[in-house]
Design a protein around this ligand. Structure first.
Ligand code: ZN
Length: 125
């Protein structure tokens, strides 16, 4: 199990027992290190650390990585397809899985196989 560090540049500034390292005379606080984190896509040890990072770097991440949204993005019939599944309950017990494409604009459905569910990225129209 690989350990990773919290990605906040301020993690070490929080004064908690688990961040302390060294003996009494030369004690320091360190960035937290864990096998798993649960904030910010698994990159931050706490909501505080995530917020510290976001307030200093989020604008740059949006402008330079994802691109800033400056006009609304629209959901249309063409880009509204989602893969879904349902339990088809059998009379007398048990069920089969049903797989289908669902268009949240037109509400049209297209039944597909499990293999198509696993492999298709767009419905075959
Ligand atoms: Zn942290």
């Amino acid at each position: 199990m690989a350990l990773k560090y919290c990605q906040s540049h301020k993690c070490h500034t929080y004064d908690t027992k688990d961040r302390k390292r060294g003996s009494k005379s030369n004690r320091v606080n360190q960035t937290r290190r864990r096998s798993e984190f649960y904030y910010g896509g698994g990159n931050f040890c706490s909501m505080n650390c995530y917020n510290d990072w976001a307030s200093d770097f989020m604008d740059r991440a949006i402008d330079q990585v994802s691109g800033r949204i400056v006009e609304p993005i629209t959901l249309t019939e063409e880009n509204a397809w989602q893969k879904r599944y349902r339990y088809n309950w059998r009379e007398g017990g048990g069920y089969d899985m049903g797989y289908f494409w669902y268009n949240s604009v037109s509400e049209r459905t297209i039944d597909i196989t499990k293999e198509e569910f696993d492999t298709q990225s767009q419905p075959r129209l």
